[in-house]
Design a protein around this ligand. Structure first.
Ligand code: COS
Length: 383
């Protein structure tokens, strides 16, 4: 695989590795405590072009393949999850709908400002009564002259407080449901009728925020349907395609976190050996380390392979779900084992393991719970 990566990409990857090791990771617990990423650190991430990872070069992005993007995400998640959340949601699920299905005008208008990191994009799908069952959304959009009138509310919207645009999924014809009745829109934060609720108080992902986004007679110009008027009614498919990619991304986040936790555990056991514990006394820990490394190896192969298939143009809906469920459940298992291995130290908030334990739990929920991934996988099997 290494042979297929360009020298320019390898240089970028190693610059990111340096940034993670020397800047992001050393302050990860400070970020956790202060619940904020310092702006000069965001600037350093921006300077690497990471706000535009998958956005095509003609619109100002890096134009990375899925595999290249996933390698960078794996790297940046070997520390506090909020760094990836700050960039990855914007140039991932927040903007991929525009990349996939947007009109040329929409791409020119929005993608370069998102790729430069000047603007943040958020993805607004989930509603109070439609989380896993995305087809049950009720936020409505009704055509009124040259505008669509949006009414409803979206919850748990990452980066809503800093977002300039929301790719928003709404019902335009309730008689047709997901087959012709759901439409995706680009809604700008200043459009009249859009407001943001207070930040959710979450168990993890400190430094990254989710909010409710409320649409009350929110007037959105007719041309802001993603893909233009011919795409009215096709927005559910746009959102599902976005999530296929997003699920590979979350797999990469879980993999990066797992690799870091394994490294912490290895250090811990080596310290015990240096302090005089024999290998025999540490045999149970050695077996656990071996199982962690084995699962990580399997996760990495399935993730990279799925990304390569996607880059070759294959449909990877089922594989993206397999990757997400395997990698995220592996990360939770590793976090649990790591707490056991570090004993009391594993529970201390001055230790990254405690942070990872909370953060990786969220990977099993957002962008589709494990149950949703299993539903998608088994539906394909039973077709
Ligand atoms: N790519 C392209 N099109 C897709 C698709 C995908 N991955 N998944 C579904 N579609 C299409 C289907 O092909 C179908 O259209 P056609 O009949 O014209 O082919 C249409 O969308 C409806 O699909 P389906 O019948 O499968 O929809 P369901 O309501 O049964 O549910 C799931 C689909 C469970 C897949 C969906 O509700 C889901 O992903 N839920 C989880 C949502 C989620 O991840 N939320 C987190 C929010 S983001 S943080």
């Amino acid at each position: 695989m290494e042979n297929n990566l360009s020298d320019a990409f390898k240089t970028l990857h190693s610059k990111l590795r340096d940034l993670v090791q020397n800047t992001l990771d050393p302050i990860s617990l400070q970020v956790e405590k202060e619940n904020k990423i310092p702006e000069d650190v965001v600037d350093k991430i921006r300077a690497l072009g990471l706000f535009g990872m998958p956005i095509p070069k003609e619109y100002g992005g890096l134009g990375l393949s899925t595999l290249e993007e996933i390698l960078l995400i794996e790297e940046i998640t070997k520390t506090n999850a909020c760094y990836r959340s700050r960039i990855g949601t914007s140039n991932g699920i927040g903007s991929m709908g525009i990349v996939y299905d947007g009109t040329e005008k929409q791409k020119k208008q929005y993608l370069s400002t998102i790729a430069s990191g000047k603007w943040t994009a958020a993805f607004a799908l989930t509603e109070p009564n439609a989380g896993s069952d995305a087809a049950s959304i009720t936020t409505s959009a009704v055509l009124d002259g040259d505008h669509w009138m949006l009414n409803g509310s979206k919850i748990f919207i990452t980066n809503a407080d800093t977002a300039h645009v929301f790719t928003t999924v709404a019902v335009t014809d309730e008689t047709k449901g997901t087959r012709g009745g759901v439409t995706s829109f680009v809604v700008e934060k200043n459009m009249p009728g859009l407001s943001i609720g207070p930040a959710d108080l979450k168990m993890g992902f400190k430094g990254s925020f989710t909010h409710e986004v409320i649409f009350k007679d929110c007037r959105v110009p007719k041309e802001n349907v993603i893909g233009g008027m011919p795409m009215v009614g096709q927005g559910f498919k746009t959102a599902m395609r976005v999530l296929d990619k997003g699920r590979l991304t979350i797999g990469a986040c879980a993999l990066g976190a797992s690799e870091k936790m394994l490294a912490i555990c290895i250090d811990h056991i080596k310290q015990k050996m240096a302090a005089g514990k024999s290998k025999k006394q540490l045999q149970a820990a050695q077996f656990t380390l071996a199982d962690m490394a084995t699962r990580i190896f399997a996760a990495r192969q399935m993730l990279y392979h799925s990304c390569q298939l996607k880059d070759q143009g294959e449909n990877v809906t089922d594989k993206a779900s397999m990757v997400k469920v395997f990698c995220t459940e592996m990360a939770s298992w590793i976090a649990d084992c790591a707490v056991d291995m570090l004993e009391e130290d594993g529970c201390l908030t001055c230790n990254q393991i405690e942070m990872f334990l909370r953060d990786v739990r969220l990977y099993r929920i957002y962008e589709g719970t494990s149950e949703i991934q299993r539903t998608i996988i088994s539906r394909d099997l039973l077709k």
